[in-house]
Design a protein around this ligand. Structure first.
Ligand SMILES: NC(=O)c1ccc[n+]([C@@H]2O[C@H](COP(=O)([O-])OP(=O)(O)OC[C@H]3O[C@@H](n4cnc5c(N)ncnc54)[C@H](OP(=O)(O)O)[C@@H]3O)[C@@H](O)[C@H]2O)c1
Length: 275
């Protein structure tokens, strides 16, 4: 087995690299190989002969995608279809944002997607086009990722709490916070699986509840912050280009609970903080 990790410098890419320690890998970043270039992908496969591709690339700027539809479509859908034609096993990541958020119980793989944003729509197209051209591919939908080495909701909240006495966080978005290290490990176990899978940490939280849990962790670990109050807010109070689902908790492969995963992540961050 030789696994090609495309997008190795991204949040999930770095976690996959770590999870694949001991297995032969070859990693690429955007600078080495633009995944929109079909011929370059083919040449790379001929040259390096991987057996599997884990696609951690994507146009992941949810708001940015609203005004960059074509660019988002090219990497999130068109390129993913081309990956499916490379003749190797493909594992691709997708998102809870394929759902519309009208349910109040976790979404399974059998629920009908209804994306609210360009990001969600292009990600849905990517899953569909990949599985159409390559039914043996594996699509892993995951959700609100936090992890090491790249900015994410947890690092953004920590920064806000270090700079502000009071912060406001939305309570009307509920989802599945997911630790990239946990998702990567589980995904490695699915390298030879087919079809669509949901992989998340167990439990659910609003953005507000998640922020409060981060605050507690900072307190517990003696980290510096000045924030004393985290107040509830509504999504409509913040200007954002993209609509996000009010509820996008996933069920499927449910890993340890997100609170435990957050605790583990915070332990690691205190031991080896990112500069
Ligand atoms: N983050 C989340 O909360 C979340 C939730 C659910 C699903 N997902 C999915 O999980 C996957 C990984 O997400 P992530 O959070 O790890 O994203 P990320 O940190 O933004 O990483 C994405 C990577 O893709 C690379 N990339 C973008 N366009 C490329 C291109 N044309 N050619 C080659 N590389 C390109 C980026 O390169 P640069 O480093 O040069 O920008 C970056 O390293 C994505 O498919 C995303 O949709 C993410």
């Amino acid at each position: 087995m030789k696994v090609w990790i495309a997008g190795q410098n991204g949040l999930l890419g770095q976690a996959c690299k770590k999870a694949l320690e001991g297995i032969e890998t070859v990693g690429t970043s955007r600078d080495d190989l633009d995944m929109r270039d079909r011929d370059a992908m083919r040449r790379f496969v001929e040259l390096t002969e991987p057996t599997h591709l884990i696609n951690c690339t994507g146009f992941t700027g949810v708001d940015l995608a609203e005004n960059n539809k074509e660019a988002a479509h090219t990497i999130n859908a068109q390129a993913v279809e081309e990956m499916g034609k490379l003749g190797i096993k493909v594992l691709h990541f997708s998102t809870d944002y394929v759902f519309g958020g009208t349910k109040r119980s976790p979404y399974s793989i059998h629920d009908t997607p209804a994306p609210l944003s360009v990001y969600g729509m292009t990600k849905l197209r990517g899953e569909q086009r990949l599985l159409d051209v390559n039914p043996k591919a594996c699509v892993v939908r995951t959700a609100w990722l936090f992890g090491h080495g790249r900015s994410n909701f947890v690092t953004q909240m920590m920064e806000l709490m270090q700079k502000n006495k009071e912060i406001r966080v939305v309570e009307d978005q509920v989802g599945s916070p997911c630790y990239a290290d946990d998702i990567a490990k589980a995904a490695i176990g699915l390298l030879d699986a087919h079809g669509l899978h949901h992989v998340v940490n167990s439990g659910s939280a609003s953005r507000l509840g998640w922020a409060r849990a981060i605050h507690q962790q900072m307190q517990k670990r003696g980290m510096e912050f000045i924030c004393e109050d985290i107040k509830p807010a509504q999504s409509r109070e913040f200007l954002s280009d993209a609509r996000r689902p009010a509820y996008s908790v996933l069920e499927g492969i449910n890993l340890r609970c997100w609170e435990e995963a957050l605790e583990r992540y915070m332990e690691q961050e205190v031991l080896c903080p990112v500069a």
